[in-house]
Design a protein around this ligand. Sequence first.
Ligand SMILES: Nc1ncnc2c1ncn2[C@@H]1O[C@H](COP(=O)(O)OP(=O)(O)OP(=O)(O)O)[C@@H](O)[C@H]1O
Ligand SMILES: NC(=O)c1ccc[n+]([C@@H]2O[C@H](COP(=O)(O)O)[C@@H](O)[C@H]2O)c1
Length: 254
Amino acid sequence: MMTGSQKVVLLACGSYNPPTNMHLRIFELARDHLHRCTNYYVIAGLISPVHDKYGKEGLANSNDRCQMGRLAVKSSSWIHLSDWETRQEEWTPTREVLQHHQDQIDSAVNFNTDPTVKRQRLEATVPWLSHIPQLGTDTITVKLLCGADLLESFGRPGVWKDEDIETIVGKFGIVVVTREGSNPYKFIYESDTLSRLQRNIQIVTEWISNEVSSSKVRRALKRGESVKYLLQDAVIDYIRTHVLYDTHNKSLRS
Ligand SMILES: Nc1ncnc2c1ncn2[C@@H]1O[C@H](COP(=O)(O)OP(=O)(O)OP(=O)(O)O)[C@@H](O)[C@H]1O
Ligand SMILES: NC(=O)c1ccc[n+]([C@@H]2O[C@H](COP(=O)(O)O)[C@@H](O)[C@H]2O)c1
């Protein structure tokens, strides 16, 4: 970590229905870009699966989505799963999800300067934070990590409140990974709010474009087609064992 850099936690929200290797890849791409091109130093990544009451069609239950998320992030030393959203009574808007994790981090950082005491308390209360070796007393900012499709959903009427967009981008900041079929530069140019807040938007170009999406994976699973190398093997095993995504009677090829 270079002196003067700003510590960051990247939080990505989504259905994770199921978590794919692209969900992990966008974290690696974003971290690599931020370290090479900005002053940000990424200390952790967080995957936050959405609440069951978000009500998206075909959403597997959150317990299964969190279990698959935990299995998926096992291949990473710095990406963790946060099940906080799924444990709430209702769906939580993304601005509040970011704020909750920011508050957790702030209270952990300020709690106690004795590293042993701090770690013990974190292990008991916020295990993902206790895994961060560089947790000192510096300010840590949570940023939203997303694909360009999520950024473009900001423009869909009635989906996001204007004040939430203002806070998410203006206060926290957003890191956007390009995705086939989206043009985040044009989208930002056409939005007065996003153009004004452009300093807080990092765009990361995925040159090795790969249109893996959870919906395509679900379709393949339903047809009994192989999804090996699109998902972590442990996630495929979990789907098979728990007969998710209409895989019954299908001999899921691995
Ligand atoms: N191939 C990809 N490239 C860039 N970003 C992606 C890609 N797949 C997922 N993401 C991003 O990961 C986050 C979580 O995505 P989500 O769980 O909604 O996955 P999805 O594959 O888009 O789902 P679905 O196909 O079910 O709509 C979102 O910000 C989304 O834009
Ligand atoms: N107003 C909001 O805060 C808002 C609106 C739409 C989607 N989201 C979040 O975006 C993520 C992805 O949603 P979609 O799969 O519908 O694109 C989910 O985690 C969801 O909670 C938040």
